[in-house]
Design a binder for this molecule. Structure first.
Ligand code: PHE
Length: 448
């Protein structure tokens, strides 16, 4: 190999980049609308429980795969378990990352449009934002250009490398995102009538919980921690051997839960204060938020800030989705990284075009009653990600000795052996059983 493989500059840099991958549309766009359609507070609680117990354990598990081998997913699996088919999990991960990025970049494009338009004032007061959103996303040229712009920024950052491209960018985008979020939440909580929204979001009503709610909460937990598609394994493969995996994982999980909570608090008060149905679906933030902000003092400024925050959240996740592919393809020839980023990025852009047209020209093209866009989302979040996570949890205890796992997980951390044993129990028993039960349950749900 011509040059040594890159590494993250600092552990904080790694944590921010991984938190950047985790925090994205999942927490800010998907969570509020899925919670809105699947029972509010009860959904949120189940999601938090899955994230804390299964999410943390599986995040550490993916970290082990990458950090131990210092290789991208497919060669990583091949190194730990030579001559076995386990490496397919790396391939599933790559396919999943390509699919997710293909629709992710579409939404990223919508957000860029809203951000740019909001600079000049989004619309005059009293506009029907549903109609505005419909007209924006059904205009193939505007969404096409924005979609491309989003992809180009992602490519430019990823081609710069792990440290000089991704780490350098997430190092300022993530702190800015946190600050913007706090500003918006304060504004939202001081709305008159905010209480009802907070109650919807935080007071659990378990009578609304069904098997599908649980499957969606599990899918949400995996999606929002970027789990199950080896993205986190890829990021951790650039982490020096002495840095603590478990401490990093806890920081990332806590940051993700805090941001998920903040997004609910930012969005639901407005939804209720202005009598908008909470189950508006994927368009919630594009239709509801402009209507809410329009009524506020300095509303258009807050709206622009919120869109900027979303641009950052989405980009920092897109970096990780492109990185897994670029790192795998250019593994043997690190100097081809730049070219690889361009070729792969443009191909994924092309693959995203049908998703982009899903709400416009192709809106009549339904797969099992869902648009192309929603089908890809459901296929990846609810099926492929949990499947990938299931495979990791079966893989590690079978293929790495317990003592080696302990060393890998606990190195650099002051936590006791009890924490390791808890992790091991979750990975070995609880995670696989829970994922399988949720799967079976949802399959039964599909056929009854
Ligand atoms: N975690 C990202 C989000 O919540 C989505 C994602 C999933 C990114 C899987 C990478 C891998 O928006």
């Amino acid at each position: 190999m011509s040059q040594p493989r890159e590494q993250w500059g600092t552990r904080l840099g790694f944590v921010l980049a991984a938190a950047g991958s985790a925090i994205g549309l999942g927490a800010v766009w998907r969570l509020p609308y899925v919670a809105g359609t699947s029972g509010g507070g009860a959904f949120f609680l189940i999601f938090v429980a899955f994230t804390l117990i299964l999410g943390t354990a599986l995040l550490i598990a993916e970290f082990v795969v990458g950090r131990r081998t210092q290789k991208p997913p497919v060669p990583a699996y091949k190194t730990i378990a030579p001559n076995t088919p386990w490496f397919f999990n790396g391939i599933i991960g790559m396919i999943c990352a390509i699919l997710i990025l293909s629709f992710y970049s579409v939404v990223g494009g919508w957000i860029i449009i809203y951000f740019v338009r909001s600079l000049g004032g989004l619309a005059s007061e009293g506009t029907d934002y549903g109609a505005l959103f419909g007209s924006i996303i059904s205009n193939p040229w505007e969404v096409g250009i924005a979609h491309l712009a989003f992809m180009l920024i992602t490519i430019l950052v990823v081609q710069g490398g792990v440290r000089k491209g991704i780490e350098r960018t997430t190092n300022w985008m993530m702190p800015t995102l946190f600050i913007l979020f706090i500003v918006i939440v304060i504004r939202s909580l001081t709305l008159e009538g905010a209480g009802e929204g907070i109650a919807f979001f935080l007071q659990p009503d378990f009578s609304a919980v069904t098997g599908t709610t649980i499957l969606f909460a599990l899918g949400q937990a995996f999606f929002s921690l970027s789990l199950g598609n080896s993205v986190m394994a890829t990021y951790s493969s650039y982490l020096p051997k002495e840095k603590s995996l478990i401490n990093s994982a806890f920081s990332i999980v806590v940051l993700t839960i805090i941001i998920s909570l903040l997004s609910g608090l930012a969005i639901f008060p407005g939804v209720f204060a202005f009598d908008i149905p909470p189950d508006a679906g994927p368009n919630l933030i594009f239709i509801v938020l402009p209507a809410v902000f329009e009524q506020l003092a300095l509303g258009s400024l807050f709206f622009t800030l919120f869109m900027l925050l979303l641009v950052f959240a989405t980009l920092t996740s897109a970096f990780s989705l492109l990185e897994i592919i670029v790192s795998s393809v250019s593994y043997k020839r690190p100097d081809s990284r730049g070219r690889t980023a361009w070729v792969v990025g443009i191909l994924i852009f092309i693959l995203g075009i049908p998703s982009n047209l899903s709400y416009g020209l192709l809106s009549d093209w339904l797969i099992f009653g869902n648009t192309f866009f929603d089908s890809i989302d459901i296929l990846t979040s609810n099926f492929l990600l949990p499947l990938g996570a299931l495979i990791v949890s079966l893989f590690l205890p079978l293929k790495i000795k317990k003592a080696d796992l302990r060393d890998e997980v606990m190195r650099g951390s002051a936590m006791g052996n009890g924490v390791f044993l808890m992790w091991f129990t979750v990975i070995r028993y609880i995670a696989p059983v829970a994922i399988i039960i949720v799967f079976i349950n949802s399959l039964i749900g599909l056929f009854t």
